[in-house]
Design a protein around this ligand. Structure first.
Ligand code: IPE
Ligand code: IPE
Ligand code: MG
Ligand code: MG
Ligand code: MG
Length: 302
């Protein structure tokens, strides 16, 4: 089966992104075809299933938009774009495990552990992460980055995925200590578990595009604010939409604290809008072509 045979979880996605999503899908297909031929077939099928199951491909789109904003051709950054999507897919497989959110539905079909078993699902996450780091390093080489810039890109991704970033944010999210936590802590969970990887997309795009330190700093701020808004909106959808529309389980663990549940949908939406405004203003005055980056924020908001 081709990776794009399942479009589950893309309900309502702007047609504006379709051509770019098709390019990303075919790059993902080639990167999975490049996995070692002697690898265990069952594991490879499960990795393909985890990656191929639809999805909005936001993270690779943001990486490519960043590269383009710096005047470079985004075709040269497709490996790095695939890498951040592989990290994201790994995070979703982990997130759905029985010990985590215990979700049965992802992108409109059975979650990876139900289809292939838990042990394979765990190995899939390791396989995807390792491949992601390999792809980042190889794309840096392809675009002529030196050893120290390549190391910087790889280290940045590791930091954003690690205990101070996505993994740490997921741990906070699961912890009973945060059930009654103040709003600032709920915001910090959004920053760590979701904005961290979004920051990595934009920073790696910035490094590939040889952005100055000043531009990198502004891009970091943009990504952080947009990432927080993105998770708040995901939590709003969790309150509002059906499983069919979301392509994933909704309203599953009612004891899990989110800003949408704590503040109510209307107030949470205002908060998301305020983060989106901060994301957009981070790009103001920068000497880059930030139109596509801004569009991601504007067209994601409802
Ligand atoms: C879902 O991310 C998990 C969050 C961090 C909110 P997406 O909404 O980007 O999921 P896909 O990739 O489109 O399935
Ligand atoms: C997951 O947040 C964030 C990740 C780092 C994967 P959610 O648990 O809200 O994601 P969904 O709603 O299952 O996609
Ligand atoms: Mg979760
Ligand atoms: Mg979840
Ligand atoms: Mg969610």
């Amino acid at each position: 089966m081709g990776l794009s045979d399942n479009a589950g979880g893309r309900t309502g996605l702007e047609p504006r992104w379709t051509p770019q999503i098709e390019i990303i899908e075919s790059a993902l297909e080639s990167s999975l075809n490049d996995l070692p031929e002697n690898a265990e077939a069952g594991l490879i099928s499960a990795m393909r299933y985890a990656v191929g199951a639809g999805g909005k491909r936001l993270r690779p789109r943001l990486l490519l938009a960043t590269v383009e904003s710096l005047g470079l051709r985004s075709e040269n950054a497709l490996d790095a774009a695939c890498a951040v999507e592989l990290v994201h897919c790994a995070s979703l497989v982990l997130d759905d495990l029985p010990a985590m959110d215990d979700a049965s539905l992802r992108r409109g079909r059975r979650s990876v552990h139900l289809e292939f078993g838990e042990a394979t699902a765990i190995l899939v996450t390791h396989g995807l992460l390792a491949e992601a780091f390999r792809l980042i390093a190889s794309n840096c080489r392809l675009m002529g980055l030196g050893g120290s810039e390549t190391a910087e890109a790889v280290a940045f991704l590791a930091t954003q995925v690690g205990v101070g970033g996505m993994v740490g944010g997921q741990a906070m999210d699961l912890s009973q200590d945060t059930v009654d936590a103040p709003e600032t802590v709920l915001e910090e969970i959004c920053r760590r578990k979701t904005a961290s990887l979004i920051c990595a997309c934009v920073r790696i795009g910035g490094l590939l595009g040889r952005a100055s330190d000043e531009i990198l700093e502004a891009l970091d701020l943009f990504a952080e604010k947009f990432g927080i808004a993105f998770q708040i909106r995901d939590d709003i959808l969790d309150v509002l939409v059906t499983e069919e529309a979301a392509g994933k389980n909704v309203r599953q663990d009612q004891s899990n604290a989110t800003l949408a549940r704590r503040l109510g949908v209307d107030e949470a939406r205002l908060l998301a809008e305020s983060f989106e405004r901060q994301a957009l203003s981070a790009l103001e005055g920068l000497k880059i072509d930030s139109g596509a980056l801004k569009e991601h924020v504007l067209r994601h908001a409802d």
